[in-house]
Design a protein around this ligand. Structure first.
Ligand code: TXA
Ligand code: MG
Length: 322
């Protein structure tokens, strides 16, 4: 089984040897390896059972190091980086020749971010290479937000889990693709398009339908529990429960319990209707509900705005047929 600990020197030596280590970030735990070492990166794909067409994000601790892995770092990327890094924002830029094809899954762009977690920033400052790190879960399943989640699915496959406690953001970073002057939203996260427009004056193009500008990893079925999950708005949810008398159900609701279901079978994302708190709780509560005895998880959508857009996107993918 993996060791769970805080020994950064040990992690540095494992990574230099080409091994995999789970690392904490503010969003979710990552399954990290030397992003410039083809063999180490190949182990990430094998360990997660990740499709070879799904590129990885490179993590570093400074904008200078980012410049070494991208071809150009245009002014709009610089403004976004200065505003949101370290933080839950990933930028997709043209890649430099130093990044192996396997890391970008053959694309000529590369995703980069500076995560906001003290332990991981310290680790990155000691490494002479960036870390490729997808979420530290089996491909398609619920993302990990604490060391125990990683241990549950990857515990027999990796030597070390760097213990950084519970992830404070709790859902994956917002991903933007920078294409010359244009900025496209590839994945919604806690930094919303509205916040980006407000703080940087940069227009974010949403819902683009051009396949060449989409993320190859935005699979229709993703973040899925072992159990069947269905997601509804509140009215539909109550109606569904009325019509499903004999089923063992557990509930993931936004801020108030459903009267007809025992409360131990329910989780509330945020009684204060705080979207950030809801994001932080989302995967953790899905992990808990997945371990209960019931057959079915019913989840309630948040209002479709701000961070609610990212949470609802995860719920839709978690409910898609595998
Ligand atoms: O918060 C996060 O971003 C976490 C933590 C560990 O940093 N990482 C994460 O990685 O969510 P992953 O591999 O689970 O998701 C990466 C997403 C995938 O949807 C992938 O397709 C997309 O980023 N992506 C990576 N490189 C890309 C590229 N060059 N062009 C378009 N999409 C890209
Ligand atoms: Mg993932």
């Amino acid at each position: 089984m993996s060791i769970i600990g805080k020994d950064i020197e040990k992690v540095v030596s494992l990574l230099i040897k080409g091994e995999l280590v789970a690392i904490p970030t503010e969003t979710v735990y990552g399954l990290a390896a030397n992003g410039l070492d083809e063999n180490a990166v190949l182990k990430i794909y094998q360990t997660k059972n990740r499709p070879a067409f799904n590129p990885l994000i490179l993590h570093t601790n400074s904008i200078d190091k980012v410049r070494e892995i991208v071809d150009t770092f245009p002014p709009n990327a610089e403004l976004l980086a200065k505003t949101f890094w370290p933080g839950p924002l990933t930028l997709v830029l043209d890649k430099s020749a130093s990044v192996p094809e396997i890391t970008s899954a053959g694309l000529n762009t590369i995703a980069v971010r500076i995560p906001n977690h003290a332990l991981t920033l310290e680790l990155l400052s000691k490494l002479p290479f960036p870390l490729a790190a997808p979420s530290a879960n089996a491909s398609g399943s619920i993302s990990p937000t604490m060391p125990g989640h990683v241990e549950k699915t990857l515990g027999t496959k990796i030597p070390y889990i760097l213990d950084g406690g519970n992830c404070q953001i709790g859902i994956e970073s917002t991903i933007l693709k920078i294409d010359k002057e244009k900025v496209y939203l590839l994945r919604a996260g806690t930094i919303s398009a509205e916040e980006i427009e407000e703080k940087c004056g940069i227009k974010v193009i949403k819902n683009n339908i051009d396949r060449s500008i989409q993320s190859p990893g935005m699979l229709r079925s993703h973040y899925a529990p072992q159990k069947k999950l269905l997601a509804f708005n509140r009215e539909e949810l109550e109606e569904f429960i009325k019509n499903s008398k004999n089923q063992e159900i557990c509930i993931l609701a936004f801020d108030t319990y459903i009267d007809s279901i025992p409360t131990p079978n329910q989780r509330l994302l945020s009684v204060k209707k705080d979207e950030l708190e809801a994001a932080r709780n989302l995967f953790n509560m899905l992990h808990e509900l997945d371990e209960m005895d019931s057959e079915l998880i019913l989840a309630e959508f948040l209002p479709e705005k701000g961070i609610g857009i990212a949470i609802n996107d995860k719920l839709r993918r978690a409910s898609a047929n595998k």
